[in-house]
Design a protein around this ligand. Structure first.
Ligand code: ZN
Length: 350
């Protein structure tokens, strides 16, 4: 299902994302020769409705139609079919950013084919958008300095993620500095202009610095859990008549440190399940972070939400959002976890 070509297909720089099937048959890897090697690998449209990367790439390539690229480029244009319908993915497809390790679908085989072709790479940048309101930030799966350098070139807000292990940027991290950039909501002018300037800067790098990023140039967070709404529970926002009523503008809490006792919603049924928080190892840790008090779902320790969204389809297809903490070297276990174990032990002995 993968096409591999060594030139820009005619029309690629002119079509809108929904017209992509007029110029591409499906997922496509495009190699373009530049002055320096190895190539910079850029991935766009792994999620069909996250169009910023593709729009930025079109403008970037237009700048080089009659001059040589400063570095070779390998471009991966992912879920072309979903892009034509303006959706993240079809229900019949796997998520294109969960196919880069394991699995036996045609999409998994296609991802392996891309990885086999791309062993000698300068750096990898996978461009995404968020459905909720978030600052622009980069995600890294490794804490090595070149990863942090590349991430801080995009934003001082950087998130260290360890799971899932089947992301594109995680797969590329085995052989080059590799990051995911989250460029805010799709369709905004700034998301495209910021991404464009970042990609242009990457293209001009002769090397990626190996020295540590200055501490004041980076705000490093670590994800500690994924928050889902149980599929059995109906939900809505604001003063709704559903079983779970989440606060309106839930995405406005993203990247804010929430104090203990903050309410994120109201549970209108006597259900023991309201949120499901899974930690990086897949364990249910909901009780470490939330409790229901007089039907209100409240935080029981300070947490920083990220990627919380109010898009109902994104919540059902993916998740409600993530919980994070500030990353401090040497303290991988959060204060919350210590408190949880301390209380569990006290409960055990008394
Ligand atoms: Zn995405």
């Amino acid at each position: 299902m993968l096409s591999i070509i060594n030139h820009l297909p005619p029309g690629l720089l002119e079509v809108t994302p929904v017209q992509l099937n007029q110029v591409l048959a499906g997922p496509t890897l495009i190699h373009l020769k530049g002055r320096r090697d190895p190539p910079l690998f850029i991935s766009v449209l792994l999620h069909g409705n996250e169009i910023t990367g593709f729009l930025a790439l079109q403008t970037l390539l237009r700048r080089y139609t009659d001059r040589e690229l400063p570095r070779s480029l390998s471009l991966f244009i992912g879920n072309v079919a979903a892009a034509c319908y303006g959706c993240r993915r079809f229900d019949t497809q796997p998520d294109y950013n969960r196919i880069w390790n394991g699995g036996d679908t045609p999409e998994h085989a296609m991802a392996q084919q891309v990885l086999e072709k791309m062993r000698d790479v300068f750096a990898c940048v996978d461009v995404h958008n968020n459905t909720g309101l978030n600052p622009h930030y980069a995600c890294i799966t490794h804490l090595d300095q070149p990863f942090m350098q590349l991430a801080s070139l995009f934003s001082r807000t950087v998130v260290y993620i360890q799971r899932p292990d089947n992301l594109l940027s995680r797969a590329f991290a085995d052989f080059c500095p590799s990051i995911t950039v989250e460029c805010g909501q799709p369709g905004t002018k700034y998301s495209v202009s910021h991404t464009l300037e970042f990609l242009e800067a990457c293209l001009h790098l002769s090397e990626i610095p190996q020295h540590p990023v200055a501490e004041h140039d980076i705000e490093l967070y670590q994800t500690i859990g994924t928050v889902r709404v149980p599929s059995k529970l109906s939900f809505g926002f604001g003063d709704c008549q559903r079983e779970l009523c989440l606060i309106p503008n839930l995405d406005h809490v993203n990247f804010q440190e929430l104090p203990v006792g903050t309410s994120l919603g109201r549970l209108n049924v006597p259900s023991k399940q309201y949120f499901e928080v899974l930690d990086e190892n897949g364990y249910n840790v909901t009780a470490q972070y939330f409790k229901v008090e007089k039907q209100e779902i409240r935080t029981i320790c300070p947490v920083i939400p990220a990627m919380f969204t109010v898009n109902e389809q994104a919540i059902r297809q993916d998740c409600l959002g993530y919980l994070m903490k500030r990353f401090l070297r040497g303290s991988l276990i959060s204060t919350c976890t210590w408190l949880f174990y301390a209380f569990t032990l006290v409960g055990f002995w008394f």
